[in-house]
Design a protein around this ligand. Structure first.
Ligand code: NAD
Length: 478
């Protein structure tokens, strides 16, 4: 049993003022593996005061100094890869290979931000004006459990690259991994107050951050429901916001697609991160003429998916993170059946022999119509909706027919045609004939209720800066 009774303020580990506790439960076994002492609004005040005090000096550091810090953060996170992987797997249950890949990306995020600084123009000329891009101030960072320290690292990397200081609230379900990450941050030797971390619930610590008058920007990743609440809170002091929210992404199989390639990709796209991925392509749109072939391949592919012990290298779907998440997914599976969709694979309950953890059956519904709840709402588990279309136009309409617009996928052999379809999809990221991004510094974020603003690379950096236009009385450039 691990006890986490410390948070990180002004360069030091301190005991939180808050007294509430949270139990960390291993989702693969339902055994309590840790207890966390949570912070409260007073802890947030202390953290913000430290970040405020550090800001004037940190905002004036030059690019080379911040690049050196980013390098040190990369090295510190990389050095603890094994510990981060272990904590995440015990606490979150994501399969080994995925966890290692995400941990490597977490470390790399610091180098990517360092590289972005290489070419980023902090000073620009617009006619007779000089425009300086200035760091916004203290950033409030709030993360979800499905990619907790990966997002903490990428968000911190951007804040530091911009010259901002930060107050961080990790997911309360992720305290053990955060505890290791804090040791990495401490080892990197940042100036005191640049990064401050307060464990706590959304209702207490999250609300204290999003409503804090001394915080200039909220960088939030999580559900659309909480994103709306943060936007409301932020409006009180006109905070800037970067909101990375939910999704219900479509995967369009065009009629010329190579199904031997497209269907394994479709399964990976739908079930990545045990189905707990914001970018999961959970609506598979298939031409009616190829429905039979798709059903057959899909059934074969899903039957081969291994659900179970996340430490087993063959496992691709681990447990869901919590009982709440398990119940939520079960509710949607029952709802799909009640709405008239037909089960092709999976269904309610645990896979046989896996009743001891929050495991669910990889599930595929067919005969799903676009207006069904399971085709409209984010389920956040390994549940795929198979839908059919008659014309390309109809496929595009169905794909764009939700409140979300985070990601979209297209498979087809005629690339110019696939690109034409991609151009009409209302989504922040469209991948053609692939499951994963090929460019980690490309802007990431959503259209519509999938978010506001963009992360990563120059677009992410720009979101942490405010343009200031300077002109002098001679009208000449200084
Ligand atoms: P969530 O919205 O419930 O919680 C996210 C974070 O917000 C947690 O740290 C939580 O404690 C905090 N929070 C909760 N209530 C709050 C409040 N009132 N004020 C401030 N903070 C509050 O989301 P989750 O269940 O942790 O994560 C799953 C969701 O995250 C899914 O909807 C998923 O799509 C989304 N997500 C989006 C992206 C993206 O990049 N778009 C990436 C990962 C996850």
């Amino acid at each position: 049993m691990i006890s986490v009774d410390r948070i990180y303020i002004n360069g030091a580990f301190v005991r939180p003022h808050g007294t509430a506790e949270h139990a960390q439960i291993n989702p693969a076994t339902k055994v309590v593996i840790g207890r966390t002492l949570l912070g409260d609004a007073e802890d947030v005040d202390r953290a913000v005061a430290a970040a405020r005090a550090a800001f004037p000096a940190f905002s004036r550091t030059d690019v080379a100094e911040r690049q050196a810090l980013l390098r040190r953060l990369h090295d510190a996170v990389q050095a603890r890869e094994a510990d981060l992987v272990r904590a995440t797997m015990d606490e979150y249950g994501s399969p080994l290979k995925d966890t290692i890949a995400r941990t490597r990306f977490a470390a790399r995020a610091f180098l990517l931000a360092r590289d972005t600084l290489e070419t980023f123009a902090f000073e620009r000329r617009i006619g007779r004006a000089v425009v300086r891009m200035e760091p916004l101030g203290v950033v409030g960072i709030i993360t979800p459990w499905n990619a907790n320290y990966t997002l903490l690292c990428s968000k911190l990397a951007t804040a530091i690259a911009a010259g901002c200081t930060a107050v961080v609230k990790p997911s309360e379900l992720s305290a053990l991994q955060t505890n290791v990450l804090l040791e990495c941050i401490h080892a990197a030797g940042l100036p005191a107050g640049v990064v401050n971390v307060v464990n706590g619930t959304g209702e207490v610590v999250g609300e204290a951050i999003s409503g804090h008058p001394e915080i200039a920007l909220i960088s939030f990743t999580g559900s659309t429901r909480v994103g709306k609440r943060i936007l409301q809170q932020a409006s009180q002091t006109i905070k800037r916001v970067t909101l990375e929210l939910g999704g219900k992404s479509a995967n369009i199989i065009l009629d010329d697609a190579d199904l031997d390639r497209a269907i394994p990709l479709a399964v990976r796209i739908a079930f990545a991160n045990s189905g707990q991925a914001c970018v999961a392509g959970t609506r598979l749109l298939v031409p009616r003429s190829r429905l039979g072939e798709v059903r057959e391949r899909l059934a074969r592919e899903v039957a081969a998916v291994k659900v179970g012990d996340p430490w087993d290298e063959a496992t691709t779907i681990g447990p869901l993170v919590s009982q709440t998440q398990y119940d939520r997914v079960q509710r949607y599976i029952h709802l799909g059946i009640d709405e008239g969709a037909k089960l092709l694979m999976g269904g309610p309950g645990h896979p046989p022999g896996l009743e001891h953890g929050h495991f669910v059956k990889p599930t595929v519904f067919e005969n799903v119509s676009p207006d069904m709840t399971i085709a409209q709402e984010e389920i956040f588990g390994p549940v795929l909706c198979l839908m059919h279309y008659d014309t390309e136009e109809q496929a595009i309409d169905i794909a764009n027919g939700t409140i979300y617009g985070l990601a979209a996928y297209v498979s087809g052999t005629d690339l110019p045609r696939a690109r034409r379809v991609a151009a009409r999809l209302v989504a922040g990221r469209v991948l053609i004939n692939r499951a994963e991004s090929s460019e980690p510094t490309a802007p990431f974020g959503g259209f519509k209720q999938s978010g506001l603003g963009r992360e990563y690379g120059p677009f992410g950096l720009e979101g942490h800066l405010e343009p200031k236009a300077v002109m002098d009385d001679e009208g000449e450039l200084p």
